[in-house]
Design a protein around this ligand. Sequence first.
Ligand SMILES: O=C(O)CCC(=O)C(=O)O
Length: 278
Amino acid sequence: MPRLTPQQVEAYGRDGYLCPLDAFDTAQARAYRDRLEAFEAAEGMKMSRGHNFKPHLLFPWVDEIVHSPAILDAVEDLIGPDIVLFHLSVWPKDAGSGTYVSWHQDATYFGLEPPVHVTAWVALTDASIEAGCMEVVPGSHRLGQLWHSEMQDPDNLLSRGQTLDAPVDRSRTAFMPVRAGQFSLHHTHLVHNSRPNRSSDRRVGLGISYIPAHVRCSSAQRVTALLVRGRDRFGHFDPERRPAVEAGSAERAFHADAVARFRAANLEQSDRVAIVRR
Ligand SMILES: O=C(O)CCC(=O)C(=O)O
């Protein structure tokens, strides 16, 4: 795949997102989806809220996606050659379910300094407007970090229910539909949400958070991350262990520890926001 054009890089700077871009073909996307759903069936649980963090530590096939040259080439054009995977969430929405994602900015509880971070949302199924693809406020990334409140709602896929409560004009939004095998890119301060899936098929994507290696997490809790391209001359994170087999006992143990640390770091950031707002 060609690198991003200067026009695409300029559009990202202006609008805060790019969509759609091609990662792999639909047959490959179907194969990845089948792997995910076979695991869900075997475990008797869906990889939804509460179980959707950091699957790249459990599954070699997710590790393959996060190293995809098509995705990393585009990310490199936006954040440079030394790329660290800071976080990854699976975002499944069953057909006809009420699950949604509230209006938010990804940066809110990440505590990244400086806040240089791009999310690649990689579609394992078609994510049309009807199926509840992401909806964004173009250009809102230029507003910087905005206030959020925590609205607990089991249908909201965001783990802390963080919801924008700053007055941002949402009268002109844009949707980011992607077909299976495509991806979109969005800026850490871009205001976005997604509505329930009204289609007849499940909608599943991977939200992969990439940062340049010089960016650190300001939480006292040290977290893990994975260098996916280039060099890390900073050592801000404990290196992640790439999975050798699908959800083996070593993979599960490493994953559980990494997720626990990530949740603790997130909670610290949420507490900091609450103190500042008091
Ligand atoms: O998958 C969705 O509907 C929302 C994902 C999202 O908010 C993100 O990747 O930042």
